[in-house]
Design a protein around this ligand. Structure first.
Ligand SMILES: Cc1ncc(COP(=O)(O)O)c(C=O)c1O
Length: 432
């Protein structure tokens, strides 16, 4: 791409000083310099525009630089940006906690704020672990998670994750996790029922990505499996953690993916689209039962966890405005329309000889490509496709041989068709 040719001193600063995430800095092409982002487009310093086909790592939903979100942010900034959240509170934080609790799937009245998806998961894991200790059952120290799952890159989240390639270097440091297999997909792990039958009394909690396992390859669940997981956890007294960091806020066609069951989790993790892609913020919602196990005259039962920016007022104000946009601009019906359009286009793509499987749910379309190598995520196909799509003005970042499209909900039908036309054309060239 030609974007890096225009001289800009900060581009050189990036090259000399920035270590980018999930990037092999030796072989990756220079980072694409973006100076503006508006609606579904990212604008480069050399005047090119790139359609944001992955919602900037799954966070953006109402489009970049949305006037209402901009206004909510500046209005809040003029009053207060950040204040300590231990012993102090503020209107955006309190109102957001109430709104999240009101809209959440089930009865989750208590909200603990943190910073990002990984910390929302860490908080959930630590909460259930301490919940059992506070109740006098310290023997419950085992976690159950699913094959192909991804919950973030901090230690607890990595231990729960089941995508070998991301976290294998740290495996020696992980706590004990029983890995259950997905009954509708090939892979590894044990039958969930068998794990809980044998070890149920030792389990502190089970964590899932309901309906859509994202980083593990955009794996879409049949809804009965979600209900089955809930039933098994209830049967064996295991708290169920729904990691809706990716699926929350409409991505699967419902406000929360648990609604597909419908099921009620005991803990719910949200982040990413919580602030519509504006600011880092996360929340872990819990039942009254879990919360009340921490209430004690004994200070040792306190949840000693917090982050400097817990409940950041700017982020909370933007999140509240984002929820208001859901109510006032009929976002969910737009996601459902996108889902129908994706299904129609995938039907045709699915007939191509190099396409192994297509999957879709809500505003997510995935195409699993047939590849010879067994390198999976590490195969060269992903970066190659990424570069070819960037040349055509589309940001798509395949997960190994799984190409997926997950745009902001404000994308038009015409733009969706254009992206699918380009996908078809690029794939036909690559697999010719
Ligand atoms: C399901 C899920 N949980 C947790 C995370 C971690 O979120 P973050 O990258 O904000 O730490 C992700 C990120 O992709 C995710 O998809």
């Amino acid at each position: 791409m030609s974007d890096v040719t225009k001289p800009q001193p900060w581009i050189e600063d990036d090259r000399c000083h920035v270590w980018h995430p999930y990037t092999q800095m030796l072989t990756a092409p220079p980072a694409v310099p973006i100076e503006r982002a508006l609606g579904v487009y990212l604008h480069t310093t050399s005047g090119r525009k790139i359609l944001d086909g992955i919602s900037s790592w799954w966070v953006n939903i109402h489009g970049h630089s949305h006037p209402r979100l901009n206004q909510a942010l500046t209005k809040q900034a003029s009053r207060m940006s950040q204040v300590i959240f231990a012993g102090f509170t503020h209107e955006p934080g309190a109102r957001l906690a109430a709104e999240l609790s009101r809209r959440s799937p089930g009865r989750l009245p208590r909200v603990f704020f943190s910073d990002d998806g990984s910390t929302a998961v860490e908080v959930a894991l630590k909460l259930v672990y301490q919940y059992w200790r506070n109740r006098g059952e310290p023997g419950r120290r085992l976690f159950v998670a699913l094959d192909h799952s991804y919950h973030g890159d901090t230690f607890g989240a990595m231990a729960a994750g089941g995508v070998e390639v991301f976290h294998q270097n740290f495996r020696d440091l992980f706590f004990e996790v029983r890995r259950a297999r997905l009954p509708f997909r090939s892979g590894s792990g044990e039958d969930l029922g068998a794990i809980l039958e044998r070890d149920g009394r030792k389990v502190a909690g089970m964590i899932i990505e309901p309906m859509l396992q994202g980083a593990g390859g955009m794996i879409v669940w049949p809804a009965p499996f979600l209900r089955q997981v809930r039933e098994l956890c209830t049967q064996h007294g295991s708290p169920l953690i729904a990691d809706e960091v990716l699926t929350g806020f409409g991505r699967t066609g419902r406000l929360f993916a648990c609604e597909h069951g419908p099921i009620e989790p005991d803990l719910l993790c949200v982040s990413k689209a919580l602030t519509a892609g504006y600011l880092p913020l996360a929340a872990t919602l819990v039942t009254e039962e879990i919360y009340s196990s921490f209430l004690s005259e004994d200070r040792a039962k306190t949840f000693f966890h917090g982050h400097s920016y817990t409940g950041n007022a700017l982020a909370c104000a933007v999140a509240l405005e984002s929820l208001a946009i859901f109510d006032e601009e009929r976002r969910m019906s737009r996601v459902q329309a996108i889902e129908a359009l994706f299904a129609e286009r995938l039907k045709v793509l699915g007939t191509l000889p190099f396409v192994m499987e297509t999957r879709n749910i809500g505003g997510v379309a995935a195409i699993e490509l047939a590849v010879d190598s067994h390198q999976g995520y590490l195969s060269g196909l992903g970066p190659r496709l990424n570069a070819l799509f960037l040349d055509r003005g589309i940001l798509l970042r395949p997960l190994g041989n799984v190409l997926y499209f997950m745009p902001p909900y404000v994308i038009t039908d015409r733009e969706v068709h254009w992206v699918f036309d380009e996908i078809e054309s690029v794939l036909k060239t690559v697999f010719a």
